[in-house]
Structure formats: structure tokens, C-alpha cells
Design a protein. Structure first.
Length: 181
């Protein structure tokens, strides 16, 4: 049976996943803080990791190295975290960083675009499989229904958006990136 880890799950308890959090909340299977030493999984033993709203709270490079260690070859890491233009980046006093659509390209050999720097570290994911910018979609921000698909048309469009005044006028909420080991 595949091992899937819901890292930093909080109250987002998922059936069929190992729900891991630093707090002993109801439904948490493993209580462990990602910054407190190695994750309690063997090398190359995990098929999939979901890191939703967690990596912005920790030292990113050691966390990525540890996630690389536990993922099996071909395993996937999905990261969802605050975009650097999101108002939520600095609302939470425990946030250490926000992300660009290209942040995780630094950890991959392929698909990381012009910012791929796998040589920076003694580990590297094989590829960035998917990178998207996510915008809040609700009645108060109706333009985001058009902005999100337009910005995500291509990696070049994503980079242009991030470097232009549009990213301040229409801030993104999150990045959603999938890396393959």
C-alpha cells in the first residue's frame, strides 16, 4: 500500500494518509515537528507528501532535504504555500517566508526554468512537474476568475506577472507546486 504523508496537517485530516503535525490534534497519526530532527520515516519509503500551508513555517532548505530523503524515487511532493504578494504571508507571526512560482525550481534538475539550481545542494529532485499561481476566488474579487487562468497560461506569463505591477494590483494567494523525486 502506498505511503502518503499529509505533512503539517493541522485539522485537515485525510483518510488513507499518515497525518503528521507538531500538535496532538484529533486525527493526527504522528506527532512530530518537521524542524525537530529527521522525519520518522525510512529513507525512500514515502510515495507522496502533501505540504499544504506548512513549509512557510520552517527553514526551507533542511525541510526540502528531509522530504527528499523520505520520498522514494519517482515519489511526489506537492507544496501549497503563500505567494509573496499574498496579504497572508505576514499575517501569521510564525511565517518565515513567502514563495515565488519559481522558488522550488532551485531544488530540481528539470522543469525549474531559469532558476533551476540543483547544484546548490547535495540533493536534487528530478523535476518540477507542475507550478501554478492560485488566486482567491469569491464574489469580492470577481476579476480573479479571469486573472488566474491568464497568468497560468505559461511559465513565461507567470514570471512576467510576478515581475510586473500586476502582481501588486492583483496579488496571488498561493503557489501550488509538484516536484518529482
Amino acid at each position: 500500500m502506498p505511503t502518503r504523508v499529509n505533512l503539517g496537517c493541522g485539522t485537515d485530516i485525510r483518510s488513507g494518509w499518515v497525518n503528521l503535525d507538531s500538535a496532538p490534534l484529533p486525527g493526527v497519526d504522528v506527532v512530530h515537528a518537521i524542524g525537530d530532527g529527521p522525519l520518522p520515516f525510512d529513507d525512500a519509503s514515502v510515495d507522496e507528501v502533501l505540504a499544504k500551508d506548512v513549509l512557510e513555517h520552517v527553514e526551507l532548505i533542511p525541510a526540502m532535504q528531509e522530504l527528499h530523503r523520505v520520498l522514494r524515487p519517482g515519489g511526489r511532493l506537492r507544496v501549497i504555500g503563500p505567494h509573496f504578494t499574498s496579504a497572508a504571508v505576514w499575517v501569521d507571526p510564525t511565517h518565515r517566508t513567502g514563495f515565488s512560482v519559481d522558488t522550488f525550481g532551485f531544488f530540481a534538475r528539470e522543469g525549474g526554468g531559469p532558476f533551476a539550481r540543483a547544484y546548490y545542494f547535495d540533493f536534487a529532485f528530478a523535476a518540477v512537474e507542475r507550478a501554478r499561481l492560485v488566486f482567491h476566488r469569491y464574489r469580492g474579487l470577481p476579476w480573479n476568475y479571469a486573472v488566474e487562468p491568464l497568468v497560468n497560461r505559461s511559465p513565461g506569463m507567470q514570471r512576467w506577472y510576478e515581475g510586473s505591477f500586476l502582481s501588486r494590483l492583483f496579488p496571488a494567494a498561493n503557489v501550488d507546486v509538484t516536484l518529482r523525486r
